[in-house]
Write a protein that binds this ligand. Structure first.
Ligand SMILES: Cc1cc2nc3c(=O)[nH]c(=O)nc-3n(C[C@H](O)[C@H](O)[C@H](O)COP(=O)(O)OP(=O)(O)OC[C@H]3O[C@@H](n4cnc5c(N)ncnc54)[C@H](O)[C@@H]3O)c2cc1C
Length: 377
């Protein structure tokens, strides 16, 4: 049995961002079931950071995190993010939605501006505009394409530099409380610690049940992405992340010259190794073809992952009210990468009883907004 200060269950972006901070103040281990970090949601994301998703709390956590993404890279290591504009497109009957999004985006991204119908194709030349297509847009030049691998690796480096460890192939099979400690069993080793952080993504409620802790009622929703080459002669490298304000799709360029697209599917799923289905893959291609003049001849790759939401769709960080030392870091939904630095600051302060970080206070993010108690009221 290894005794340490904090055990973090889950080697996704939530667990690792928090681990890198928490390890500076006590011995910390991250236990990850799979053979590599980020195997589930964190490695299957569209990796974009923008204000067209989530509620006011998510927008504030995004703004806090954006400052981290905008900072220069650490030495020779790859940058965590690069600037890429976000472009939201609306049909004529979606004007109100576009105006609301413009207001929320401008609160955090003052250079954002609305785009008239006749300018839409200057930004994405293949878009259908007018009666058959889109009537207006919102262009935010200050959004970011994230690099999930660089983010995971940067946090693993920081965790190790602080004396912490990540153990892969370490599925947590049992959790029990003995005196002041939680005992966490994996097939290879058992660990004891005063604090357990539940950052198990889609499995966070399963982990709570293993520990005899009241679950939050998390819902994993499956989302699918396809990757395809644009038609010959179309250079997509300067295109923004383009997303419909209402139902529809999003697409964005990848470094390889490909485009990624998602039909923004949200099918309820049990926690699992999510796989794409033929119908949703076809829907993704259809959505792109309906909205643009671009035919999709071949889909090169496709994948699915789970976006896991709390019942109120806001993220959760804080001690379980019914279990001392059991800390929730869950419900990161479709914004877990873009909020991860801000969530990790909050988690560190709440877990260790530190002063509330200035960056969170400045954005009026308070601990009670994140605590699990709000879901049990
Ligand atoms: C298609 C798609 C597109 C997305 N696009 C974006 C985007 O553009 N921007 C954005 O910010 N977010 C996006 N997201 C959401 C983002 O990916 C998630 O919010 C984020 O990755 C969640 O991180 P996590 O660490 O909570 O979960 P995960 O990355 O799933 O990590 C949880 C880890 O816990 C481990 N685990 C579970 N049970 C156990 C156990 N018993 N023992 C040990 N380990 C265990 C799992 O193996 C897993 O590695 C997208 C998600 C999807 C699926």
């Amino acid at each position: 049995m290894r005794t340490l200060d904090t055990i973090i269950i889950g080697g996704g972006i939530a667990g690792l961002y928090a681990a890198a901070r928490i390890a500076r103040r006590g011995e910390t281990v991250v236990l990850e079931r799979e053979s590599a970090p980020g195997y589930h949601s964190s490695g299957r994301s569209a990796t974009f950071c923008h204000f067209g998703i989530g509620d006011g709390l998510v927008h504030k956590l995004t703004a806090i995190s954006k400052a981290v993404f905008a900072a220069p890279p650490d030495g020779d290591h790859p940058p965590l993010a690069r600037r890429m504009a976000a472009f939201f497109i609306a049909r004529a009957d979606e004007r109100e939605q576009l105006d609301r999004l413009t207001e929320t985006t401008l609160a955090h991204s003052p250079d954002a501006r609305q785009i008239a119908q006749d300018e839409l194709r200057e930004i994405v030349p293949v878009l259908k505009a007018g009666d058959e297509g889109f009537a207006a847009g919102l262009y935010d030049p200050d959004a970011y394409k994230l690099d999930s691998d660089a983010m995971l690796q940067a946090n693993i480096r920081a965790l190790r530099a602080a004396g912490g460890a990540m153990v892969t192939n370490a599925p947590v099979e049992a959790i029990r409380r003995e005196g002041e400690h939680w005992i966490v069993d994996t097939p290879g080793e058992s660990y004891a610690a005063r604090h357990v952080v539940n950052a198990a993504g889609a499995w966070a409620d399963t982990i709570a049940e293993l520990a005899g802790v009241r679950p939050l009622g998390l819902t994993p929703l499956k989302r699918t992405i396809i990757a395809f080459r644009p038609p010959e002669g179309i250079d997509v490298s300067g295109w923004p992340f383009t997303k419909t304000v209402g139902e529809g799709f999003y697409m964005l360029p990848e470094g390889s010259g490909q485009l990624l697209a998602s039909p923004m599917d949200e099918d309820t799923s049990p926690p699992c190794d999510a796989q794409p289905d033929e119908e949703t893959i076809a829907l993704a291609a259809w959505q792109v073809e309906q909205a643009t003049t671009m035919p999709i001849r071949r889909i090169d790759h496709k994948w699915s992952g789970l976006r896991t939401f709390a019942p109120d769709k806001s993220p959760v960080a804080g001690y379980a009210p019914d279990a001392p030392g059991f800390f929730w870091l869950a419900g990161q939904g479709g914004f877990g990468l873009q909020t991860s630095p801000g969530m990790a600051m909050a988690a560190e302060a709440m877990l260790l009883g530190l002063d509330w970080p200035e960056a969170l206070t400045a954005m009026d993010v308070r601990p009670e907004m994140l605590r699990p108690e709000r879901l049990f009221a």
